[in-house]
Design a protein. Sequence first.
Length: 518
Amino acid sequence: MLDQSTLDAVKSYSTHMKRPVAMIIGQGNHAKRDELIDFLEKIASTSDNIIFDKTVVDTDLSPMSFKINSENRDTGIVFSGIPGGHEFTSLLLAILHAGGHTMKLDEGIQDLVKRIQKPLKFQTFVSLSCHNCPDVVQALNQFAILNDGIENEMIDGGVFPELVEKNNIQGVPAVFLNGKPFLNGKVDTARIIDKLQSEYADLLSEGVAESLETQDVTVIGGGPAGSAAAIYTARKGLRVALIADRIGGQVKDTQDIENLISVPLTNGNTLASNLATHIKAYPITVKEHVSVTNIEEVKGGYQITLNTGTSFTTRTIIIATGAKWRKLGVKGEDENIGNGVAYCPHCDGPFFKGKPVAVIGGGNSGVEAALDLAGIVKHVTVLEFGDNLRADQVLIDKAQARDNITIIKSAATQEIVAKDGKVSQLIYQDRTTGEDKTLDLSAIFVQIGLVPNSEVVKGLVNVTAHGEIEIDAKCRTNKAGIFACGDVTTVPFKQINIAMGEGSKAGLAAFEYLMMNA
């Protein structure tokens, strides 16, 4: 599991630690306990600042769990399972942060977390193949380090199937708070903070919000469009702030990317990392992991308020908030999210190994999801509402060549049925005959397009009936000084290449506006 190059990387990173960190294992027997001990011993061998002694145990932990202590202080971080795969980074960051290495978490978020005055005990169920899970684990681990009243336990569902069964978990990440379901699926730091603030009116102690000077341009959104807009405006010498829940946006949820011009093949995480690197090359004030709660028109521009309480003025705004997965809107969908209804085949596919599943949607996303799932599950049924699949022909050919993929066209999903808290059937209408038909299955992966994330500016700028922000050829909205770009707008064809171009255009348009209104 840990090759020499990985251990060398741990050794290199550990030089940033300012104090020793100890990993304390639980007591008892388990078939994989020796594997866990070997894993921890190898990590500890890389640095004198990382300590593991298998004779020192915590009787409150399971034999497959270990906690992170720093200077004899319990950080509140527990890993239950062997955090390999995508979660290895979560362990490495937990060690580094507990050892005093600087967190990249926004200072406003850090101040807010320190002010939380309620005891919060999180349990985050993950799959080691889930690429969304580490974002949640890492965020909550940082919360635990910042606040003694917060705990977070990462639980690998593959090692603790009895807990998965007990809690009816069929999708990850699944976050429990103080023993009750809290959040499920792809979530980010901003969403966690928003949910906590909505559920606990008295969550925070008194505090003083961070201040930020007036900006020339504030870009809201950190995907391809927002990143391009921020870079283009910063290159013009403007004072630029970039507000984003995460740099990369929905790109981070994409696996292989084969149509980014001049780059034959890359993936979402790599592209998001490259965007972050490019942004850092300029004096851009980046506020990541936060969200905008209000925009108000004031003299000379607009006032923006963040969920951290920070409020500042800006002369112009570029909205690049992208889009989120569209829901089916049928009976049984919302009730069964995390119990067989999913939107990320890469994250939740492994839970349905050897079982029949369905994918709703015959576009590129739907057929790609079917191909990914076909290597894991027993059978995949693709249901497309239209008379023909909308995916690229190369993808259709691959799907039709698979023995365990069935494609049904002219199918309108009617209802999702669950039994004993888990999805068991899908009812759809054959649009050619009007007949309702039933599929017996264990999961439904919804891939039917996107919904624009325009809520923050509804009532401020014009949007279509579908929620897309209306823009002209220069990305201008109907409100002077507010521009928009990318998937949140009326621009046709939601593609990475197009979003980058639109972001660049919006940046140039904002610069032109500022020059004309100097």
